[in-house]
Design a protein around this ligand. Structure first.
Ligand code: GLU
Length: 425
């Protein structure tokens, strides 16, 4: 068995905002976007930097830097998660906010885009410290957030627990219970059935739609999933249920491979009983994490962080299909080689939009004061994902561009048209 090796450092981490803009520029040119609209869409509408003091368990006060970037409110209130990570930075949050704008437009839900982040290491903090941090961050952004203004959600390092604290803190300030100020809440607090698995489910639906176009039989196909957090583990489980053999998975503890297919249910159970990590999982051989992305599989699902498919490994990728569960997993420079190799990519702003779609359903249910069944949530989300896939696929045929640029075209076209109708600001 191979010993655990740290994943290679990112050698050419591109600036994520510039990476997003490079694709935006290509799509804007294909669309013939006018200069006024281009200028409106190219910069975030609002960027807020906060510094929040938090009393740590040892009694000392630490000051944390946090961000909330609202990229656009043209389609409606801005929507997007909050990321807790030690290396989160403003240009990353700006890119993630813009991706939310395009994502909501691709799936045709009435939201603009936003994203938040706090520089912190939630895995080395106590629950009490994270709670105080979340409440302090919410207090400092109480004038930005709002059910009709800006609606946060979970992202990397946050989940239902943090959303509950956010909702409670916001509600206390307003003096009324405000369920709809945030999505991804626990079920008992107005969360939606199906929200937790929604992003992974959408990844599976997109993968099935793409395989259909490529004439691939799921029951005869293999896949590797990079990242075994919420998105990756659900995508792997649901793809396996449709017959896809998942040969490799990875998380921060390493990468795991089984020629006969990994028993995903078992791997998830192992991870849940092992502090969320696959470390020590015996149902597969350990492999070099760098090799997972270039392994011999039909479908590759990067479901972790940005910039993992780069000019350093793209040549070696063997998959025919890449379905982006993460936001921005492919660097801009790698796009060209992917296209030359004839690999189909279901881009992030389409493939992982199932999460925000069910966030929208949660917000709708909160405002109706009514709860949908799981079947209703899944059925509607699946319909939206399939319709969006077809819209993007049709645009890729019409403009003769890859799926990624087609998704930007669909999104920018929608936002630009709405901007025109609203008559500017
Ligand atoms: N953070 C998730 C994303 O990147 C979900 C956002 C939301 O539900 O608002 O899509």
């Amino acid at each position: 068995m191979m010993l655990y090796k740290e994943p290679a450092p990112i050698k050419d981490r591109e600036n994520p905002f510039e990476s997003m803009m490079s694709r935006f520029n290509i799509a804007a040119e294909v669309l013939g976007l006018d200069e006024e609209t281009y200028n409106v869409l190219k910069s975030p509408a609002r960027q807020v930097i906060v510094n929040v003091p938090v009393t740590m368990d040892d009694g000392k006060v630490r000051v944390f830097e946090g961000y909330r970037v609202v990229h656009s409110t043209i389609l409606g209130p801005s929507k997007g998660g909050i990321r807790y990570a030690p290396d989160v930075f403003l240009d990353e949050v700006k890119a993630l906010a813009a991706w939310m704008t395009w994502k909501c437009a691709v799936v045709d839900i009435p939201y603009g885009g936003a994203k938040g982040g706090i520089i912190c290491d939630p895995y080395s903090m106590s629950a009490g410290e994270i709670e105080r941090l979340t409440r302090a961050y919410t207090q400092s952004l109480v004038d930005i957030f709002g059910p009709d203004r800006d609606i946060p959600a979970p992202d990397m390092g946050t989940g239902p627990r943090e959303m509950a604290w956010l909702m409670d803190e916001y509600s206390k300030t307003k003096g009324s219970t405000e369920h709809a100020v945030v999505t991804g809440k626990p079920l008992v607090l107005g969360g939606s059935l199906g929200r937790v698995e929604a992003t992974g489910r959408g990844v599976m639906v997109s993968a099935m739609a793409a395989m259909d176009k490529l004439g691939m039989d799921p029951a005869k196909s293999t896949a590797a999933v990079q990242g075994f957090g919420n998105v990756g583990s659900w995508a792997a489980k649901l793809m396996a249920e449709r017959g896809v053999k998942i040969l490799g998975v990875s998380d921060v503890s390493g990468a795991y491979w089984n020629d006969n297919g990994i028993d995903i249910e078992e791997a998830i159970e192992y991870k849940n009983n092992n502090n969320g990590r696959l470390e020590g999982y015996k149902g597969a051989e350990q492999m070099d994490p760098d090799d997972l992305l270039t392994s011999k599989v039909d479908v590759l699902v990067p479901a972790a962080v940005e910039d993992v498919i780069t000019i350093h490994n793209v040549e070696k990728i063997q998959a025919r299909l890449i379905v982006e569960g993460a936001n921005g997993p492919t660097s801009y420079k790698a796009d060209k080689i992917i296209n030359e190799k004839g690999i189909m990519v279901v881009p992030d702003i389409l493939a992982n939009s199932g999460g925000v779609t069910v966030s929208y359903f949660e917000w709708v249910q909160n405002r109706m004061g009514f709860k949908w069944t799981l079947d209703r949530v899944n059925e509607r989300a699946e319909r939206i994902m399939n319709e969006s896939f077809e819209r993007v696929y049709a645009a890729s045929q019409k403009y003769n561009v890859p799926m990624r640029i087609a998704a930007y075209i669909v999104a920018i076209d929608k936002v630009a048209m709405t901007y025109k109708y609203r008559g500017g600001f």
